[in-house]
Design a protein around this ligand. Structure first.
Ligand code: ADP
Ligand code: MG
Length: 278
């Protein structure tokens, strides 16, 4: 379904060129659920944006069903941490928005929108405005809107990170059901290891500087899964071990680069008698 082949990405930063991604290779089957975890700044969002076609790779390529991805398309829909709904549109019109742009007739798109609103259990709020909803409900509207685009691939960038844990658990159940019902291929970025294991067929751990794939864990637990399950906790513990190592490396690199600065560059020098004569 999706082949990520030697993908690299460089950005020009203040301190020169940053190798955000280097030689990333990943093959994803149709209908697979992949979780992507890694230390902050390792390039998870960048990789997702390259798959979405919102960002161009500096090297390598992404193939979808054998054809190279060159731009954004309705077959790859992205869902972000913030719902980004239009505040002046009712819930139902927000869900319909993408379909309206693609020219789907009113009656048909209303039916589709209701179908997906039902899937996220929000039909009762179809005529509400986003500000009348809780954060969790807004994210469910965003999910319904993404589903209504009927893409084969759903790219989710920390979609539940800003929600409280009870709301998140409800959305985990809903997302598992939706995935089963729709057979979509999902790539789900999260920094929550339990969430990653709960949802995925495969958890991919990334390392930073440069961003690359470190390890993959197949998750063979029966579904539906429960976050308190002992076997799930065991797999999560294994993933956590690898992830922790990478997070610590990033923290150490940041710490070292701060302390390797010359003492007199900007930190007050203890020998300079600052405050003499006051
Ligand atoms: N538009 C950009 N311009 C310059 N550098 C960027 C840009 N986007 C990302 N980066 C660099 O790539 C790194 C990885 O970013 P990102 O993909 O957002 O990481 P993650 O999602 O894993 O936290 C950042 O630390 C930053 O240095
Ligand atoms: Mg990110």
């Amino acid at each position: 379904m999706l082949v990520i082949e030697n993908v690299s990405k460089k950005f020009a930063g203040h301190n020169g060129i940053i190798n955000t991604l280097e030689d990333v290779n990943l093959t994803i089957a149709r209908g697979e659920f992949i979780s992507l975890v890694g230390p902050s700044g390792c390039g998870k969002s960048t990789l997702l944006n390259i798959i979405a076609g919102l960002e161009q790779a500096s090297g390598g390529r992404v193939l979808k069903e054998g054809a190279e991805v060159r731009e954004a398309g309705p077959d790859r829909v992205v869902m972000f941490q913030e719902a980004a709904l239009f505040p002046w549109l009712k819930v139902i019109d927000n869900v319909e928005y993408g379909m309206k742009i693609s020219g789907i007739p009113k009656k048909e798109r209303r039916e589709i929108a209701f179908h997906y609103l039902k899937m996220v259990h929000l039909t009762r709020f179809a005529s509400s405005y986003p500000h009348e909803l809780s954060g969790g409900m807004r994210q469910r509207v965003a999910l319904a809107r993404a589903l209504a685009m009927d893409s084969d691939i759903l790219l989710m960038d920390e979609p539940f990170a800003a929600l409280d844990s009870q709301t998140r658990s409800i959305l985990h159940i809903e997302l598992q059901e939706i995935w089963r019902a729709t057979g979509k291929t999902i790539i789900f970025v999260t920094h929550n290891v339990e969430e990653a294991v709960l949802l995925a067929d495969r958890v991919v751990v990334m390392a930073a500087n440069p961003g690359r794939i470190k390890k993959e864990f197949g998750v063979k637990l029966a579904r539906p899964r429960d976050i308190d399950n002992v076997d799930l906790a065991f797999v999560a513990g294994q993933v956590m071990q690898d992830l922790k190592e990478e997070v610590e490396k990033v923290a150490k690199a940041e710490f070292d680069s701060d302390w390797s600065l010359k003492k007199d560059t900007f930190l007050p020098n203890p020998d300079s008698n600052l405050g003499n004569g006051i």
